[in-house]
Design a protein around this ligand. Structure first.
Ligand SMILES: Cc1cc2nc3c(=O)[nH]c(=O)nc-3n(C[C@H](O)[C@H](O)[C@H](O)COP(=O)(O)OP(=O)(O)OC[C@H]3O[C@@H](n4cnc5c(N)ncnc54)[C@H](O)[C@@H]3O)c2cc1C
Length: 386
């Protein structure tokens, strides 16, 4: 894609996000649901296969260019951002270990938007990651899957769950498996979760399995590679993409706050003429720009294969989510009390922003990763075992 083609695509997406997507946002908030037509519209407009390479049916945008578009998409309703972010990222987890047959059956149809794949890692009874308890026992060519998952985005409307479990009796990362479990698998209970604080209308499910049969041919990679499918090549770009989503949503909050500050008068002057408000606007603009630069730096290090990419992706996500909290809080403050009420867009933006601190690892987990990497670098330099 040439520079001018990219600029045209960016302009097209911006006009979609500021126009039709806002009307979808109102409908989602009203109906507390995402209509299937919205999925179709996003797919037909080519917004769900931006990041995947052409050989998988994608448009093959570089990661940096994709992020430039993600910033704009994230200015919209969180349910729309969630669809674009998830579908443009899932192929990374699927493809690394896919056989040619699995690529044909699962990866390419997912990139084309012909099937929906939900990422199912989190469990109600365990920590996220090596602690997982969902388990499988082998029975000939089949695994019998038992256990529970919850908070799974698109979990009740998907065609497959990319589900992480462990071979019964194993502990830690050893023995973990990644399985493409058909949504209509036998002996499973699937329930749509109640409405969440933000990201309204987005489908989230809890599921339980009782010896549900899953063909062994639906396993990605080998036994023991499950967590690498979940976290390996997928997590760093996904964290960076969430970081850029925070920048986009913060930009929306900023625009709303500036508009309010220019038009609301108190004691004979518009709010923006008060130094207290002007300082808030200055802090917000600085915070957003700092986060954008860190996210883009992490992205270019990741694209160039730098050994610092993992640390930087966690730093970018940590900083961007914290920035988003600060910026949405200041933006709401500038609106005064009325901003706390629907249908003021800042009310929705404030609620939506809170979700991002949980996605792709909480801030506490990002700090754990950063601390570990920093100490490793220090001990590598001075030969100590810090
Ligand atoms: C809107 C939304 C969509 C989601 N979509 C999905 C999805 O599609 N698929 C999916 O698998 N999951 C999904 N999740 C779940 C999300 O990934 C988890 O909420 C997140 O990983 C945290 O896990 P937990 O909720 O089990 O928190 P817990 O593990 O119960 O943690 C509670 C608190 O303790 C902290 N904590 C936990 N362990 C440690 C530790 N070892 N060291 C320090 N602090 C720790 C956490 O940071 C957190 O603050 C979604 C969540 C939300 C809110």
């Amino acid at each position: 894609m040439t520079d001018s083609e990219y600029a045209a695509l960016k302009a097209e997406i911006e006009s979609y996000i500021r126009g039709p997507a806002e009307r979808w946002a109102e409908r989602i908030e009203r109906e507390h649901a995402v209509a299937p037509q919205l999925w179709d519209e996003l797919r037909e407009r080519g917004y769900l296969n931006l990041a995947a390479p052409p050989e998988l049916g994608g448009r093959g945008l570089s990661f940096l260019r994709y992020l430039g578009l993600m910033e704009i998409v994230a200015m919209s309703h969180a349910a729309i951002r969630m669809i674009v972010h998830v579908v443009n990222g899932t192929w990374r987890a699927l493809d690394r270990y896919a056989t040619a047959e699995q690529r044909r059956r699962f990866v390419i149809p997912s990139v084309r938007g012909e099937i929906k794949v939900a990422f199912a890692l989190t469990e109600p009874g365990a920590g996220t990651g090596a602690d997982l308890r969902c388990s499988v026992v082998r029975d000939g060519d089949t695994y019998l899957l038992s256990g529970e998952k919850h908070m799974i985005t698109f979990g009740s409307i998907c065609d497959y769950w990319l589900l992480f479990a462990r071979v019964a009796g194993t502990v830690g990362a050893a023995g973990t498996v990644a399985l493409l479990v058909p949504r209509n698998v036998a002996s499973a209970r699937v329930e749509r979760m109640p409405e969440s604080m933000g990201v309204r209308g987005s489908d989230h499910a809890r599921m339980s399995f009782d010896r549900s049969p899953v063909p062994i041919s639906h396993r990605l990679g080998e036994e023991g590679q499950g967590l690498d499918v979940a976290l390996g090549g997928f997590l760093a770009p996904s964290r960076i993409s969430v970081g850029m989503s925070c920048v986009g949503l913060a930009r929306r909050a900023f625009e709303l706050a500036v508009d309010r500050a220019r038009h609301r008068e108190t004691f004979g002057k518009p709010l923006y003429r008060r130094q207290a408000i002007g300082f808030m606007i200055a802090e917000m603009a600085t915070d957003i720009e700092a986060a954008r630069r860190l996210v883009l730096h992490a992205a270019s290090e990741w694209e160039s294969g730098s050994h610092e990419a993992q640390k930087l992706s966690s730093m970018a996500k940590l900083y961007a989510t914290s920035m988003l909290q600060r910026v949405t809080d200041q933006a709401l403050q500038i609106h005064g009390g009325i901003g706390y009420w629907e249908p003021h867009p800042i009310e929705r933006v404030y609620r939506d922003a809170r979700a991002q601190r949980f996605e792709e690892g909480t801030n506490e987990i990002q700090k754990t990763v950063i601390g570990r990497e920093v100490l490793r670098e220090i001990s590598g330099r001075d030969g100590s075992d810090a």
